[in-house]
Ligand binder design. Structure first.
Ligand SMILES: [Zn+2]
Length: 130
């Protein structure tokens, strides 16, 4: 393994390394995103069931009809305000199941800086991978 700002791993170990790194990120994601969900749910009185970390490729988060909040582990690589935006987005889905006007009004109410964060994800989301 060679360090030079980033690091290089020989090809024969790359899939093992990817898996190790992904598992490490998943643990961090579970810890950090779990904390953010708890904090905002308490602050704004959202009732959810539990938080799960998924390997979803195409979505950052989702909200099940049973009140489970799912987040892609890749989200942990984003800046904290972006993580918070996705957390708020999914918490609001507990009450508004679609992306109606009312949904976005609520997101804006709880997290006024959301457009910046949504744009950041659109522009940089594809970089959040191993
Ligand atoms: Zn949504």
């Amino acid at each position: 393994m060679i360090f030079d700002k980033g690091f290089f791993i020989s090809k024969q170990f790359s899939s093992i390394a990817k898996n190790l790194l992904m598992n490490w990120y998943k643990d961090r994601a579970y810890e950090k995103i779990g904390q953010r969900v708890e904090w905002y749910a308490l602050k704004y009185e959202f009732k959810y069931n539990k938080t799960k970390i998924t390997t979803a490729q195409k979505r950052w988060g989702s909200c099940s009809s049973k009140g489970n909040l799912n987040f892609s582990w890749r989200l942990i690589m984003a800046p904290l305000p972006v993580i918070d935006y996705v957390v708020i987005h999914e918490l609001v889905h507990l009450e508004e199941r679609n992306h109606s006007r009312l949904f976005w009004d609520k997101v804006k109410y709880f997290y006024p800086e959301y457009p910046k964060c949504g744009n950041w994800l659109k522009e940089n989301g594809h970089l959040l991978k191993l």
